[in-house]
Design a protein around this ligand. Structure first.
Ligand code: SF4
Length: 186
């Protein structure tokens, strides 16, 4: 009885969920449209932490939260590069992650689509010149687009993916028209 009395008197201790950034909703709808046109289904993303401090991962995780809820726009994370349309890479590439990153890239289906998230992925950021770092992501694998920020906010990540999809569309069309040895067009 004392317990119910305490619950009744304490009231609500959590905060009401605030609406997310309105710009993210607009970008999300633009993404939904592009993804449907390009893939005819959801965009499967494989996230690779190549050595980040996990700050970028916090923002990426925010995309899956009820505030941003990116799955409603047709984007979801997958556990294998073989199931992925896009690789989302964070961090400077550390010595330990160089080979796993190369293997992940090789395992992804062609045409490959790579988005580098955060200043570390682009320039090594605060980890530049560290003995443990091999270099930025584009020194190890080809990158289609880099998203600046330390860390970039979820809206910036969505905006970067949207821009990246335009480049990917061009790349895919170009690949489709490239003649194979012997003259056949793929
Ligand atoms: S860009 Fe910033 S938040 Fe992201 S991994 Fe580097 S130091 Fe961490």
């Amino acid at each position: 009885m004392q317990l119910f009395w305490k619950i009744w008197n304490t009231g609500m201790v959590t905060e009401l969920l605030q609406a997310g950034d309105p710009a993210a909703i607009d970008i999300g709808h633009a993404l939904e449209y592009r993804i449907k046109r390009l893939f005819g289904r959801a965009l499967a993303i494989r996230e690779v932490d190549a050595g980040s401090c996990n700050g970028c991962e916090l923002e990426i995780t925010g995309l899956t939260s009820p505030v941003y809820d990116m799955e409603r726009f047709g984007m979801h994370f997958v556990a294998s590069p073989r199931h992925a349309d896009m690789l989302l890479v964070t961090g400077p590439v550390t010595r330990n992650m160089e080979i796993p990153l190369r293997r992940t890239y090789e395992a992804a289906a062609s045409p490959k689509f790579v988005v580098a998230v955060g200043d570390c992925a682009k320039t090594c950021g605060v980890f530049k010149d560290s003995y443990a770092v091999v270099g930025p992501v584009d020194r190890i694998i080809p990158v289609d687009i880099s998203i600046a920020g330390c860390p970039p906010e979820p809206t910036d990540i969505l905006r970067g993916i949207l821009e990246g999809l335009d480049r990917f569309s061009h790349k895919r069309n170009t690949a489709a028209l490239t003649p194979e040895p012997g003259g056949a067009v793929r």
